[in-house]
Ligand binder design. Sequence first.
Ligand code: SF4
Length: 520
Amino acid sequence: MLIADDLLLDYKRCQRRAFLNLYGDRTERDPERDFVSKLRSQGSQHIAAILADYDCHRPQFAWRDWDAGAIATAHLMAQGVDCIHQGVLQVNRSDPFPAHLWPSAIANAPPNPQVLAVEAQLRLQALELMGKPTLLVKQPGKSRWGDWQYIPINVKLGKRPKPEYKLVSALHTYLLAVMQEALPTEAHLILRDRDVHSVQLHIWLPRLWEVLAECSEVLLLSREPEVFISRQRCSLCQWYSHCNAIAQAQNHLSLVPGVTPNRYEQLQTLGIQTLETLASTPPQELNSTLGHDLALNLQQQAWSILSNQALKKQTKRALPPLPSQEVEFYFDIEAEPDRNLDYLLGVVQIDYRGAPLRGSLRDREQFIPLVAENPAAEADIWQQFLTLMESEPNAPIFHFSEYEVETIQRLGRLYKTPLHRVQALVSRCVDLHHYVTATTLLPVQSYSLKAIAQWLGFQWRDAEASGDQTVCWYDRWLKTGDRDCLDAIIRYNEDDCRATYRLKVWLADFLETPIAAVKE
Ligand code: SF4
């Protein structure tokens, strides 16, 4: 079995993803999201910018002919070139390892079972390892070729030196050790900020054996890892629809907001495998493991999902009632994080003055999109936003998440708005996400605006639209001037504002009812 660095990276992020990439039916994968393509293209640009600082050689070999790639890379290293880009490192099965380079010899401590398992598989040639570091850089030192050796440097777009990056660097280090017959003393990561991070090999080489032993066992035995839906991890994965369908069919516990992988393990040790058992287990059986508040919360959450009912939380600290005024604003922002730009300040204004019935008159709702058609126009839309908000000084400003308040503060600082004007706006802001999560349990998979509003029956006009998609659309608008992209963003933002309005109307009614309400 060949374990390449990208498979190991996938495995570290999600075991199931690595398994499906190897054995899954590729026709069941979702199409790649525009956002993922954009990230990949940004990653390539980032690497190209870093490469400008190096005088690199590239090994020549046919596409995906990794054996030829490894031979060409070794040839360049033997010549002693300063730097190699797109080199291939792999254990050459026809060339026996020198004894001091077996995993058990490299491990400082007496070898543990994982080290021995990896070593046994390498010896049996049941396991092949391969990696493609961004750069191999020549350093003074000893190697089979003379008084030089190479270290691996990986260039990543991430802002943090994530564990999976370090693990892959450890794999590259080991492969280099075998190829040059000397263990590199260093491995580096260059991240988005161009800072160089050293990988602590004394920590990550032992970790490599552990993960390799586990990974090769799962993959060699073709043992399908269980589904575990985690919003953060799964949202950009191409297997999401496939896995989510399985999780839904199983009523899997990972669909319960608040069930993290650690808590899932705890629940399993208590013998709780399903939503039904979570909801019906006597609380005292959960309290000692999870603590009273968390146990109660998870149980009520499970019950809410099973019964498809909204429940009021038993909160210790009551929130003030949601404000209600003749004029109300519902505010949502579209941003481009890479440019540190907030380019669309969208507002739905609801004017109840003269309306016979609250929430019923569509002609009293007005959507006002303040759009920066180019980044320099952010200052203008900020001034327009201030004017609009100050035209109705008593109107509460409803929004969903902390981002809107942070942005008001950021734009106020950036454009030198007097503090009292900024504070006046902030004091009118009402975060509905905070309200809903503090007061209510809903039968949803996550407490995102989309999940909640969809449960309430609200539909976005463009089913494919999402926050990360708007980032791609705005990028395309700036590059191509395609107005359809800008129109799609404005439509999405309007729907977000209207969904926020829908939530507020529902939540105000729900919190006023004396008992738990059942969704109609
Ligand atoms: S959707 Fe989630 S669980 Fe499924 S493979 Fe992707 S990351 Fe893993």
